[in-house]
Design a protein around this ligand. Sequence first.
Ligand SMILES: [Zn+2]
Length: 256
Amino acid sequence: MPSTNQAPRLKKPDPKTTTHHITVDDLVVEVVRKNIKNLNLSVRSPDGKVRVSVPRRISDATVRQVVLERMEWIKSQQAWFASHAERATLHYVSGEKHDYLGHTYLLQVMGGARRPKVSLHGERLELHVPSGSNEALRAQALEAWYRAQIKLLIPPLIARWEPVMGVQVAEWGVKRMRTKWGTCSIRARRIWLNLELIKLPPEYLEYVVVHEMNHLLERLHTPRFKALLDQFMPGWRELRQGLEQAVKQNGRLRMG
Ligand SMILES: [Zn+2]
């Protein structure tokens, strides 16, 4: 897990803050009453616990109502964290779940290969490695395959969007990035894409490519930047939201 770089909080707890639990359907909800203006509902990573912070005047009945209204969202967040917890401890052994282009595959490790190779068979992702390969080698083999796949997808995307957007990308590359989905060096007209994008549905890769290319037209995330995106890719806000969901899985990734 990426570190959060947060300084320890030294603020004294508000003595008037109270905490108790209520049960809504079969969901245990922590209710924190304190000196705040707005109700704030959160599903915490990684355990999926639900907490509602509320101004003191808000009753439990109201909290219950809000939780019920947002139950579907809460469940989806919990499911997300549960699947993340599973993926956080990968050992690249048969039976594990691995993602590729938004689909989940069951890994099957096969020994006896002269050199590493990956192939997809329905729901199965076969990782062929030399016999006796350790975890690091298996991880490396899968990563190399991911990298090769994303590198096949990027050039056609750039070629498709260059004439539409009226920009030219001089160079592009793929790397593992801890904090960003993509970056753009405007002067060099070079874009970098995060290797993690190969695990998500392909429209997210396309959105990040378009977003980074858009920086060649507008340096910062200004209203003009957004207006250009609206023009090129009207559904970009939903894609950004989807990436924000994926952010939870990947720590603190954001758009560059
Ligand atoms: Zn940006």
